[in-house]
Design a protein around this ligand. Structure first.
Ligand code: GLA
Length: 370
């Protein structure tokens, strides 16, 4: 019997600006990229689900009655299994499928491969089982999977962008209200490059959760000492942070409040085609993530410095959670090859690592391919 095969795709994402503020009720400016994860889906002939991947050897076959909790040994399978478990607990009756994943996204590199698998799996399971659920709802549920099943207390940015992004656009997303506006990306003669440090992101989960709890502490102090009614850190004023005695907590709050302001400014200057000011904001964002929020690190700093040392680039910053992974840079398109060689060489001298650098095409949110 020949079973019908369907293809689904979910992109990775970059974040132009607005880092580590989604979980503080801030504004962010992510965009889907053209690389991502494809799922080949066929109906199961024996009522069993099967998950496999082109990049990993683990394969799992299971029945609809099985239950799952996070298990380190299961590696990447935790993401689709978290989604499966979530939908099951919500009462959805899911059609048994064989799902084979193929990814062109570098893993653990800050381009959000985990949110991409989650959104892809949830979207296709619901589609194939004939449920009509909005992309916004899928994003919110996938964030819950990441928070409660995987145990990373992330914000909504990645899942929301991957589920909802429009072609050629960045999305200005208000993470407190989930209202968003698409802004067409056009940097004229300049293009966005992705700079992968190839530095594995160790300890990312614990450091990420630590930053989040530092922000919660900052907000609680401001609410108490300033009698502030702010519902999140991005609603606080910069002068509010003066009441925070602990220098580290104060620095974290400074980053959050100032980064949120930078996003607002970035959206304005992009509307006026003022690329030079946008580039200046990218640099300020990186400096703040390095010094105030301390999520950058030797490799990300080295690659951003190398990019800015080349004459074709005046704006670069880390993107995503940090602690390794990728940076983005705005580069004069006709000088890209020269830029690439220059950065790879200078970065290798500084770190001994071989960076991967490519131009980034803007993509769109999760979809059925055929
Ligand atoms: C990760 C998280 C997002 C966001 C970024 C940092 O990608 O999943 O929610 O917090 O880090 O901006």
């Amino acid at each position: 019997m020949i079973l019908k095969m369907k293809k689904y795709f979910a992109p990775g994402r970059i974040n132009l600006i607005g880092e580590h503020i989604d979980y503080n009720g801030g504004l962010v400016l992510p965009a889907a990229i053209s690389i991502g994860i494809t799922a080949y889906v066929s109906e199961s002939s024996d009522a069993m689900f099967k998950l496999s991947s082109a990049t990993h050897s683990e394969v799992l076959t299971f029945s609809a009655t099985e239950n799952f909790t996070f298990n380190k040994e299961k590696a990447w399978l935790n993401y689709p299994l978290g989604v499966f478990q979530f939908l099951k607990e919500k009462g959805f009756s899911l059609k048994p499928l064989h799902i084979h994943f193929e990814s062109s996204l570098p893993e653990s590199s800050g381009l959000s491969s985990s949110a991409s698998v989650e959104v892809l799996t949830m979207f296709l399971l619901l589609q194939e089982s004939d449920y009509e659920i909005s992309h916004q709802q899928i994003a919110v549920w996938c964030k819950e999977v990441e928070n409660d099943f995987i145990g990373v207390n992330c914000g909504i940015m990645d899942q929301f962008c991957i589920a909802n992004a429009e072609p050629k656009s960045a999305m200005m997303l208000n993470c407190a209200t989930l209202e968003y506006e698409n802004t067409e990306i056009d940097f004229g003669e300049k293009k966005i490059a992705i700079l992968n440090t190839k530095k594995p992101r160790n300890l990312i989960h614990s450091k990420y959760n630590e930053r989040r709890s530092e922000c919660e502490q900052a907000l609680a102090i401001i609410q108490q000492k300033r009698n502030s009614a702010a519902a999140n850190l991005c609603e606080c004023l910069i002068e509010d942070i003066e009441c925070i005695e602990n220098e580290i907590i104060k620095q974290r709050a400074r980053h959050v409040i100032e980064e949120n302001k930078r996003v607002k400014q970035a959206v304005e200057v992009l509307k006026n085609n003022d690329i030079a000011t946008f580039e200046a904001l990218l640099k300020q964002s990186h400096q703040s993530l390095k010094h105030n929020y301390e999520v950058s690190g030797t490799e990300l700093d080295a690659i951003v410095d190398a990019a800015l040392n080349h004459e074709s680039c005046s704006g670069a910053r880390m993107t995503g959670a940090g602690f390794g992974g990728c940076a983005i840079a705005l580069v004069q398109a006709n000088a890209f090859e020269e830029f690439k060689d220059f950065v790879i060489k200078q970065y290798a001298q500084a770190t001994g690592l071989q960076a991967e650098i490519y131009l980034c095409d803007i993509g769109e949110g999760v979809k059925i391919l055929e």
